[in-house]
Ligand binder design. Structure first.
Ligand code: AP5
Ligand code: MG
Ligand code: ZN
Length: 215
C-alpha cells in the first residue's frame, strides 16, 4: 500500500505511522525524522535544515522533494510505503504525484488525522523523545516507566528543540497556511480519508485500519 498521513503538528502522525508500518510491513518515511538524523550527524543536509526547523519554518521544497525522491527510489519502497510529514505544500504534493506517476505506482490513500488545536499544543509540549533509539513518549499520555528515561534503551529522554510552546504555535501557523490546503487537494483527487485523532492511541489505529478497509 502507498499511503500518506496528513495532520497538524502533534496530531499523532509519528505515533500511528510506527504502528501502521509494523502492521502493514511497509517502510515509514518521515521527512522530519530524516532531517533530525541529518542534523545529529552534521551532514550538509542537516546544516541546511537546521535553521528552518529551529524557527518552526518549512525546509525549502527543492531540498525536501530531492530527499523524498531519492528515498522512494530505494528497493524497500517497491512493496509500498507510508509517508509521514510529506507532502506539506502544494508543490510537494504535485512533485509526489509526478514521482509516483513516472513509475506507474500512484498513491492509494491519504489519511488525515483530525485533532482540535488545544490538544495539539498539549501533545507537542509534553512530548519526550529518545535521542538514542527514536522512541517517543508523552509525560501524561504515554509516560516512560522511569521519569525521563527511555523504556527501550535506558537513555535519558529529551524535549525536541521545536517543541517549546512559542515554536509549536509558529509550526501551527505554518501548517494552516501551507499544509492544510492539501486536505482539499487529496479530497478532490478522491484519495482522502478523515480519521478522528482525538481518542486514545489504540482507538486511532483501529479507526485508521477501518478507513483503509484492512482490519
Ligand atoms: P515533523 O517532525 O514532521 O513534525 P510535525 O509535522 O510538526 O509533527 P510532529 O512530529 O510534531 O507530530 P506528530 O503528528 O508526528 O505527533 P506524534 O505522534 O509525535 O517536522 C518537523 C520540522 O521538520 C518541520 O517543522 C519542518 O521544519 C521540517 N519538515 C519536515 N517535513 C517537511 C516537509 N515535508 N517540508 C518542509 N519541511 C519539513 O505525537 C505527539 C505527542 O502526542 C507525543 O508525545 C505522543 O506520545 C502523543 N500522542 C500521540 N497520539 C496520542 C493520542 N491519541 N492520545 C494522547 N497522546 C498522543
Ligand atoms: Mg512526527
Ligand atoms: Zn531509547
Amino acid at each position: 500500500m502507498r499511503l500518506l498521513l496528513l495532520g497538524p503538528p502533534g496530531a499523532g502522525k509519528g505515533t500511528q505511522a510506527r504502528r501502521l508500518t509494523e502492521r502493514l510491513q511497509i517502510p515509514h518515511i518521515s521527512t522530519g525524522d530524516m532531517f533530525r538524523q541529518a542534523m545529529a550527524q552534521g551532514t550538509p543536509l542537516g546544516l541546511a535544515a537546521k535553521s528552518y526547523m529551529e524557527r518552526g519554518q518549512l525546509v525549502p521544497d527543492d531540498v525536501t522533494i530531492g530527499l523524498v525522491r531519492e528515498r522512494l527510489g530505494e528497493a524497500d519502497c517497491e512493496r509500498g510505503f507510508l509517508l509521514d510529514g510529506f507532502p506539506r505544500t502544494v508543490p510537494q504534493a504535485d512533485a509526489l504525484g509526478r514521482i509516483l506517476g513516472d513509475v506507474g505506482r500512484p498513491l492509494d490513500q491519504a489519511i488525515n488525522l483530525e485533532v482540535p488545536e488545544k490538544r495539539l499544543i498539549e501533545r507537542a509540549v509534553g512530548r519526550r523523545v529518545c535521542p538514542n533509539c527514536g522512541a517517543t513518549y508523552h509525560v501524561v499520555y504515554n509516560p516512560p516507566r522511569l521519569p525521563e528515561i527511555c523504556d527501550v534503551c535506558g537513555h535519558p529522554l529529551r524535549q525536541r528543540d521545536d517543541d517549546r510552546e512559542e515554536t509549536v504555535k509558529r509550526r501551527l501557523e505554518v501548517y494552516y497556511q501551507q499544509t492544510e490546503p492539501l486536505i482539499r487537494y487529496y479530497e478532490e483527487a478522491g484519495l482522502l480519508k478523515n480519521v478522528n485523532g482525538d481518542q486514545d492511541m489504540d482507538s486511532v489505529l483501529e479507526a485508521i485500519l477501518l478507513a483503509l478497509g484492512n482490519r
